[in-house]
Design a protein around this ligand. Sequence first.
Ligand code: KIV
Length: 277
Amino acid sequence: MDKSLNIADVKAYKKGEGKPPLVMVTAYDAPTSRIADAAGVDIILVGDSVGMTVLGYDSTLSVGMDDMLHHVAAVTRANPRPLVIADLPWLSYHLDKVDTVLNASALIKAGAEGVKLEGGSRRLEMIDAILNAEIPVMGHLGLTPQSVNMIGGFKVQARYQSEIEKLIQDATVLADAGCFAIVLECIPDTVAGEVTKSVKIPTIGIGSGPGCDGQVLVIHDLLGMRPKGPMPRFVRKYAELEVLASEAVAMFASDVRHGDYPNAQESYHKIIEEKGK
Ligand code: KIV
């Protein structure tokens, strides 16, 4: 399957001068992969957000390599045209260089074209090791959900000058190391604009305003398939699929209970043999 964009195309992409922002969405299985492909997005992220959207956890910390491999394989079996990037889950790239490269390569063997990991200069050694194995790396700065306990919750980051300077420094380190793009999560819009101007690789924002080179949303959020309750302000819901799906299942339940399902057309019938044959 020809890819809409390859890693080198993305690495050189900066929006503006007639170039629209890049579009990335998450996908976790064959149906969401087909949906993202049919919608013509540029990049599919098999995010460790799968832990919260699909597996029912409260954070991404319970997601392991086995989960990621299972979901990356399901996404890529649908042969989507967008580039497929997979998250390295928590602790899969923190401890040991050899394990880190083996984990990243397992995601590639499962069908991803690159991996994403969270953190800045602290992760440089592991990023170098992965890049040395010829595996493209996408960075992730700002609110990094795998650090939720260190941060003290899912909060907007880089609001103060010292944090802003550190963020710009980290973005520069990632770009200089050879990352092909950086996700900027939940940082002030002007800060995201500054980071975007200061690096040659594209920034892809989530909750970071319109100044980034691209935007990403979690597919379950934009389709309205999340538990009821407050959503972050940056989530724009384009559909209410969970409500629609519940209504459809309730109609099926009612039809069964009233004896309206299945009808004759929905049933198989025995063949009546003709006499004498
Ligand atoms: O796991 C994920 O879905 C992500 C996005 C929020 C960027 O990392």
